[in-house]
Design a protein around this ligand. Structure first.
Ligand code: IMP
Ligand code: MG
Length: 180
């Protein structure tokens, strides 16, 4: 257990576990569709995972173009949820293989939106890499091609992920278990 700024945080996936898994994921990604590969990091939550995974891709001999898109969900509760673009990519997508990187696959709405958007823009193939998969929260038929870890149904922070804008800087993924 870590005590960070008055909160008790229980580590779920340590920095070492994540680093090892990134190497494995990069080896898997290298075997997939990589024609004129465009890697798109979905902000904000995926920025640390994407940075590490992209460096692991370099170590397996890949040199993708790297882009960023900021997406946001809207609507809560009974209101049907949608996703909107806060900041778009600049690059051409047509006839390229695209790899979307996100932190967590939960309902699947964010990544379904992003995948459909890239397919509409003429991507040849869109694959999806996520650090964490919360399988029992899915509201769509979406599945990821590359998954770091299956995640229990807890709200997690760290390694890019926040709660109320805090804890993105932690080098591990953990659960806030209370005040300490
Ligand atoms: P989806 O559209 O429901 O799949 O939403 C997934 C997005 O919700 C992720 O990209 C995260 O930004 C956010 N999210 C879901 N669960 C968590 C969590 O446990 N911690 C932090 N962010 C989360
Ligand atoms: Mg996100």
């Amino acid at each position: 257990m870590h005590v960070i700024r008055g909160k008790a945080i229980e580590p779920l996936f340590t920095a070492e576990m994540i680093a090892r898994r990134n190497v494995e994921l990069a080896a898997e990604i290298a075997k997939g569709p990589t024609h004129d590969l465009l890697v798109i990091s979905i902000l904000k939550g995926s920025f640390i995972f994407a940075a590490d995974l992209i460096r692991s891709l370099h170590h397996v001999g890949m040199a993708p173009e790297v882009e960023f898109i900021t997406l946001s969900s809207y609507g809560t509760g009974t209101v049907s949820q949608g996703v909107r673009i806060i900041k778009d990519i600049d690059s051409e997508v047509r006839d390229r293989d695209v790899l979307l990187i996100d932190d967590i696959l939960e309902s699947g709405r964010t990544l379904s939106f992003a995948r459909d958007l890239m397919l509409e823009r003429g991507a040849r193939h869109v694959s999806i890499a996520v650090l964490l998969d919360k399988l029992n929260k899915r509201q769509t038929s979406l599945s990821a091609d590359y998954v770091g870890f299956e995640c229990p149904d807890h709200f997690v922070v760290g390694y890019g992920m926040d709660v109320a804008y805090a804890f993105r800087e932690l080098p591990f993924v953990g659960v806030v278990t209370g005040d300490a």
